[in-house]
Design a protein around this ligand. Structure first.
Ligand code: SAM
Ligand code: SF4
Ligand code: SF4
Length: 348
């Protein structure tokens, strides 16, 4: 299978937005991340999102998705915050999204067992990424704070079985965020995940800010790389290992670590909405409820008003507070390079 769905150049498929952006005109978001709930049944030590019992009222979700369709949003990612599978009306939310011809996708810990929601995912989502981080109960407990490894594995198996039965085309992936508890576990994870029947296994670094120390020593990083190389033997036509592009910057051999862009050019192309309907520049701004990059509330305000304040708001961005290899870093690098090359565009 082709794994080009996780690349930095997908923006080229949005020629109209790209053209408008180049001319300095306003562009509406292409992809939006939405948090339906702040409830979570894991307690991952590296997760910085606030946890609470707050949930999005379904009536408000309906309002939000309608407004997003009016500005022709193309893709909606259900993530968290908490875990989207815990949201009671998830199936209806996915169906409604698809009915507006917006592509839906979900990122989940797949801890809740719910055949109806699994079916709704397989029917309405283009992709589903499952966060696992470990190959066994003990590592899972250390990272994800609960003793639920066996249940997640059972659920992955059910989802894969259901996908085959329903002949669903939803891309299924498993992800591991490398950290101090699992950096020796990567080979075992690759081997285990290769047997699940999912489409890919992605290996990502823990998020790190510009001025923070890297989370990996050279020795640990080398150990991870070594396991990935050994694990490549399990790759098949229908199972790929994805080494995240984020490692280009977040590896201990990289000198002069920096963002690789001077501004968040992608701020118009992405958006993130929290459980209360607050619309932020990106998911990371939800994490710290950054009021400077909060555009407005999608439940209470006209979408046009939210869109029109973005240009002023983004002027306050402080890149030193943004993660290296953040949500839009690869798009930002691409756009910055693109803008520069257009200066001599007639010399092919
Ligand atoms: C915030 S979670 C929300 C969805 C769901 N609860 C889950 O765990 O998949 C989305 C993804 O972000 C990842 N994540 C959370 N905190 C992170 C961090 N500090 N660095 C890297 N990835 C992180 C999680 O592992 C998960 O794959
Ligand atoms: S990463 Fe996901 S599962 Fe883990 S605590 Fe955060 S929201 Fe919950
Ligand atoms: S974290 Fe990245 S996507 Fe978010 S505002 Fe900063 S540069 Fe933009």
């Amino acid at each position: 299978m082709d794994t080009n769905f996780i690349t930095n150049d997908k923006i080229i498929y949005h020629q109209q937005q790209l053209g408008s952006w180049l001319k300095g005109q306003a562009v509406n978001p292409i992809t939006v991340e939405i948090h339906l709930t702040e409830k979570c049944n894991n307690r991952c030590f590296y997760c910085n999102y606030e946890k609470s019992n707050k949930e999005m009222c379904f009536k408000d979700f309906k309002k939000a998705v309608k407004k997003l369709s009016e500005i022709k949003v193309k893709g909606l990612i259900f993530s968290g915050g908490g875990d989207p599978l815990l949201y009671a009306q998830l199936s209806s939310a996915l169906r409604l999204t698809a009915s507006y011809k917006i592509d839906a996708a979900i990122i989940t810990n797949l801890l809740s067992e719910d055949a109806v929601k699994f079916q709704a995912i397989l029917k309405n989502c283009l992709w589903c990424r499952i966060s696992l981080d470990s190959s066994n109960r003990s590592v899972y407990r250390k990272i994800r704070g609960t003793d639920s490894f066996d249940r997640v594995i059972r659920n992955i198996n059910s989802l894969v079985k259901m996908k085959k039965k329903e002949d669903s085309s939803t891309t299924l992936g498993v992800q591991s965020v490398v950290n101090r508890y699992n950096y020796k576990d990567i080979f075992d994870e690759i081997k285990m995940v290769s047997e699940f029947g999912v489409d890919y296994f992605q290996i990502r670094p823990v998020e790190t800010k510009l001025n923070e120390r890297l989370k990996y020593s050279k020795k640990q990083y080398d150990q991870v790389l070594d396991q990935v190389e050994k694990g490549r033997r399990y790759e098949r036509r229908d199972f790929k290992i994805i080494w995240s592009q984020k490692w280009d910057t977040l590896n201990p051999y990289k000198k002069n670590r920096k963002h690789g862009f001077s501004f968040c050019h992608a701020y118009q192309m992405i958006l993130a909405i929290d459980v209360s309907g607050d619309a932020y520049a990106c998911c990371h701004q939800i994490e710290n409820k950054n009021q400077e990059l909060l555009y407005g509330n999608i439940f209470r305000q006209p979408i046009k008003k939210i869109m029109s304040c973005r240009k002023e708001k983004i002027k306050k961005i402080d890149l030193t507070k943004c993660y290296l290899e953040c949500r839009a870093s690869s798009i930002n690098k691409y756009l910055e390079k693109f803008k520069k090359t257009t200066e001599h565009k007639n010399f092919l």
